[in-house]
Design a protein around this ligand. Sequence first.
Ligand code: CAO
Length: 448
Amino acid sequence: MAKIQLLVPDIGDFDSVDVIEVLINDGDQIQLDDSVLTLESDKATMEVPATYAGKVSNLQVKVGDKVAKGSYICDLEVSDAAVAAPNDASTEQQTPTVAEIAAAPAAVEQAPTKLHEQTHASNVGLPIARSVSNTPKPVNHQSSGAVFHATPTVRAFARVLGVELTQVSGSGSKGRILKTDIEAFVKSVMQAGGAQATSGTVGSGIPVLPTIDFTQFGEVEEVELSRIKKISGKHLSTAWLNIPHVTQFDECDITSLEEFRKDMKAQAEKAGVKLTPLVFIMKAVVAGLKSFPNFNASLSPDGQKLLRKGYFNIGIAVDTPNGLVVPVVRDVDQKSIFELSRELMELSAKARDGKLSPKDLSGGCFSISSLGGIGGTQFTPIVNAPEVAIMGVSKAKIQPVWDGSSFQPRLIMPFSVSYDHRVIDGAEGVRFTQFIGQHLADIRQLLL
Ligand code: CAO
């Protein structure tokens, strides 16, 4: 038996690489090619394979150490025959370093790695470099520069299933990829359609977000999302991913609208309704939809036709303790202001009590999300697919407006309209918001 010193091989330009795993212990009997260490640079995770079979002793490295080429890992008791094996100089010339392999993951399965070891002779200044052709261990790399961790077992498991680790979010400590993450990834790909497995993507082709263990930074409370949030979250993500959104910001002077609303307040109360600016906004929107029919439409499933609707049902986003819902007020064009107010009160009460029926939630043409009763200056609502546009209303406030000779205090309401740019162009978008603004500034126009 002979004793050799196992050293860190050529790992490219890195002169100080973290040891993230030590895969051997003193006394272990290891085989040629067994992984002994996992190293991690800021660009890649690399495994250092054993270049001899033998018994480990005098282990020098622990997790957290930094190593470079030539760092002493451990002693190996190997057979005399193994030490006497001749060098293969040609292999040394042709084979890439571990780091080179890390930079070219596609070549990993074919390329042998060059590993240098030194016998005890190196301790007295006579290094004997040996090159050994090994089947390299997998090296994982993300071109984005992001780092991920996975144990050799997990990497082997991923390799067997053909899973690219760059596509998998790790749920372990420091984002480490676990076997269960690979299983969950495979499951999600299978559920989303097998074709995506070959393209190495999930969902709509976007890379998945990394999973972070926040407990490493402090205390974390886990709260289950409400059923509504889970459903609306999926719908919002789908809309956000499928629709090329543009948001047009605008504002309008609702001073006279507000005067009228206040004048009508007592009458409204008598009729048992609460009159807010929202019902006037709904009426102005319907006038806009009639003048700009592309806003009252949906795209055909093949995306080749616009399906313009001859009815005017408006979805109203309602904030409930369990999350956002969008009940639909039907035939807004055919209802009076008080009728709309009553329906809005009933629908929002039903929404907050969790009593909306599927019918209440279907058939919308265009949605309005009003945060005007709360605050904010502007926001970008997400189009409620398959609709093609949505209006976001923010809080009106008194502002000085120049009338040509002096500043006048006017009630200015900011609002926005997000639309599907496949259907609506920017010029049409701003014409629509101006139309709505003008009709809210002078609500007499709604009578025409
Ligand atoms: N500017 C200034 N004040 C406004 C306003 C605006 N744009 N819009 C409403 N107000 C006022 C109302 O007039 C009312 O005041 P008064 O009692 O003095 O008349 C007060 O704000 C409260 O109004 P409201 O919010 O109760 O009523 P509404 O008709 O405006 O809205 C509803 C009804 C159901 C839309 C609303 O309660 C709601 O849920 N809004 C949140 C919607 C939401 O979450 N959207 C975000 C979706 S994206 O996550």
